[in-house]
Structure formats: structure tokens, C-alpha cells
Design a protein around this ligand. Sequence first.
Ligand SMILES: [Fe+2]
Length: 279
Amino acid sequence: MKREVPEDQSGERHVLDRIYIAGDPHGRFDPLNAAAADRPAAMLMLGDFDLDTALEVAVADARRKCDLWWIHGNHDVDRPAYYRNLFESSLRERCFSARVIEIGGVRFAGLGGVFQARIWHPHNDGGRPRYLTRAEYLAAVPPHERWLGGLPRKARAAIFWEDYEALWQQQADVLVTHEAPACHPYGFAVLDDLAEAMGAHTIIHGHHHVTYTYRYRNRPLTVHGVGLAGVRTAAGRVLTPGLDEERGTFELELQLPQRDDRPAGELLTINDLMPHAAS
Ligand SMILES: [Fe+2]
């Protein structure tokens, strides 16, 4: 039976609808700051901030209205300033990548970053990670490639096996990722598997700048993609569509059916999900 949240937990659905999800801002923070005027229970941000100022400055309005949490995206390490404005901001403790947080009794697992071929890419080497941990990778990095004496900056946005494995051993209701699961043309089935192992009924992701919902037919799993600077609730309600939905929707509708390993399910695009179309 298809479901978005367990039918016998209507209270959970209410909580999910009061938790807002902000898609990749890429420097555009007005939509998430405006959405926070509703005073949601919390707002979770999906990474790719492109921060020219510290995070707490960019999201100051939202911070006054609600609890904020974030995971990082691949572009948050593009420039030293982007990195410092996020990872060294006063909201650095609000990063929930590689851990599980509880909001209103609902457990959210976070996994920031993207798969990188030199570390772990599920489509390469039979899916085996080249390095399991940051320490193992760092030991293989020559000193001149290190950044500030540690991991190269780009590698700090990689998905490491050690984080994946740590989450695998925990339980959550919702898995929040930057990278997409298998129902997206550029997604990864290992994220579907992680959600299943954790007992999560929902995956929410950014990165591809497209608002959609996918209800799996053969798994009790629903995926919500969040658009560029768009805002949705964790229950999937669209509050603000993304700023560039056309290309992403085109890819979903035309390329997803061509994927051999496409999971069976029902696709709802932004055209189905706009608030005025919802009952
Ligand atoms: Fe991204």
C-alpha cells in the first residue's frame, strides 16, 4: 500500500507539515526568510548556500522565527569564503549531516555532500568505496594537496562511507540528503537502501533544483525533491516553487523513464504539486 506517512500516525503528518525544508539557496535567501514568517517548528536547509556572508547573517530573519538546521551541498566548498561562512558560522552546531535529530517527536537523519569518484561513487568499482574514512583518505593525500593541513577542500563535501555506515545503524523517520535517491535520473539507489535500513518513510533532497514527489510502488517510501531556493514542508506541501523548475521537470519526465533501474512508482511534478492545485 502506498503511503506518505503511516496512516495510523496522523499526528506525525501534522508535525511534518510544520517543519519547513529550504532547497539550495545559491545565494538567494529571501524565499526561506519569507517562509519562516509562518513560524514553523523548524526549518531544515539542504545545502549549496553560496555564502558571501556568514550563514547567521544570510538567514537572520528565519533564525528569529524558528529553529534552523542544515546539511551541506557540493558547492559549499567551492571557495574558501563559502566554506568558512558555513562551517565556521555561529550556526555550525546546527549541521545535522551524519546524525539524527528529533523535532516534535519525528526523527530526521541528515547526509550532506555528494558522491565523489576519488572517494566513493556507487557507480564505480562495483560500488566499493576507495576510502572508507576521512582519516584513511587524508593519509593518501600528498601534503601539497591538503587544505589548512587537512582534507582537500573539495573532499570536505564528499559523502564518506563512515557517515553512511553510522547512519545505517540508527533509526529515523525522514532521511534528508543533498544528493538524490534512485527515483531521480541522476540519483543513487544506495540512498533508497539507507532510508529502508533506517526505517525512514520519506527522503527529502536538493541538488537538482527541481520540485517533485515520487511515491514508490514497491517500498513504503516517498521522495520529495525541493527546487532552487524553493520551500516545502516535510510532508511535501509546496510553499514556494523553485526558481528554475522547467529544466528539472523536463529531465524527470523524459529521462527517468529511460533509466533501466528506475524504481516503480508515481511521479508528481511541480505541475501537480502547486499549492493552488492541492485540496
Ligand atoms: Fe548541489
